[in-house]
Design a binder for this molecule. Structure first.
Ligand code: BDR
Ligand code: CA
Length: 332
């Protein structure tokens, strides 16, 4: 059984990631925030292949001088569909084409989902999972050991949207890239917060914040400056004056949940719709009509309650979050 040092301070989190430019920003925020104790990083394919993602995660923890954090490989592909990678958005190496030095850190030999299971059992009710990529690894952990559900403190997901997608009209990328895994994770019955695309779109890292980060220096500060610069330039090509901080916001919520407004809702993941596969379908009012068959027609006889399964972020104090982000990276 894995021992977790009793001396560690901060909320214990495991980040499951597909690094990824905004994943890089999220990791660096987490590693520089005293409220959080990053116990492990597990890698999932998404923005880049599993192999490239692992390489990127290792290089980043090396940059942060945190070889003590286990970094484990996980799934090689989504549960039931082909992998879709996003070098188009993240650069050909997934890290804005920035070449970090080779990692001093070594990969942990355990399989990511197994590492999650092991750590949750070693620290019952203490581990918060923060998946910021497709939900394949988390679903595999759940399928292998459903007893982790009541032992996980909380799950804070970057993914989904209740107002349309970025892949297409309906689906957000992390959910679209493994809808079956996402449905397993949303229905597991654990405390779950959805930090979706629509709330992330309110957190634009604009030139104002970039300039603040440009005034100070350090290996992580300078790396994130370059990543943010790449993202701001990319956003400008699509008519936006800043880069949405999707993955960093999930870390922000782990640091301080008061940054967001997140009412309870019941969320299902659509897996069959012709135009809506991968959509997170949220019931805002908590009820469904009860339609009962009478002869050749259904008659509505009342409404049935549906239990919420997620806190869905609908608003964010964007400036407070972006200031927090900059303050944590300045000079690091
Ligand atoms: C999500 O998809 C990825 O491209 C980002 O890293 C983020 O996790 C946004 O839809
Ligand atoms: Ca991501």
């Amino acid at each position: 059984m894995l021992a977790i040092p009793a001396s560690s301070a901060g909320k214990k989190i495991i980040i499951d990631t597909d690094p990824g430019t905004d994943d890089a920003m999220a990791l660096m925020l987490a590693l520089n925030s005293p409220e959080l104790d990053v116990r492990a990083i597990t890698v999932v394919p998404g923005n880049v292949t599993a192999q490239q993602g692992l390489e990127n995660a290792l290089r980043m923890i090396s940059l942060a001088n945190r070889c003590d954090i286990p970094v484990a490989a996980g799934a090689q592909h989504p549960l039931f569909q082909k992998l879709i990678t996003a070098e188009f958005w993240h650069g050909k190496n997934g890290l804005a084409n920035i070449e970090l030095p080779p990692s001093k850190c070594k990969v942990d030999s355990r399989f990511g989902p197994d590492l999650i299971i092991e750590m949750v059992h070693a620290a019952p009710h203490e581990i918060t999972l923060v998946p910021i990529g497709p939900l394949t690894n988390i679903a595999l952990a759940l399928e292998k050991d459903p007893t982790i559900v009541p032992l996980v403190k909380e799950v804070i997901i970057m993914g989904g949207s209740i107002t349309g997608g970025n892949v297409n009209a309906s689906a957000e990328a992390n959910i679209y890239n493994d809808p079956e895994a996402a449905q397993i994770v949303f229905q597991a019955g654990w405390p779950l917060t959805m930090v979706g695309l629509d709330v992330g779109d309110k957190t634009l890292f604009s030139k104002k914040y970039l300039d603040q980060l440009g005034q100070t220096h350090g290996p992580m500060n300078d790396f994130i400056y370059k990543v943010a610069h790449f993202l701001i330039d990319l956003s400008a090509q699509f008519g936006s004056n800043g880069a949405p901080m999707y993955d960093p916001l999930a870390i922000g919520v782990a640091i301080d949940a008061s940054l967001v407004k997140a009412p309870l809702m019941h969320v299902d993941v659509e897996s069959r719709g012709e135009f809506t596969r991968g959509e997170t379908v949220a019931n805002r009012h908590g009820t469904v009509e009860r339609n009962v068959l009478h002869g050749d027609r259904y008659i509505i006889e009342g409404v049935d309650k549906v239990e919420p399964n997620a806190k869905v972020c609908v608003d964010v104090d964007a400036d407070r979050f972006l200031q927090l982000f900059v303050s944590r990276l300045r000079g690091k």
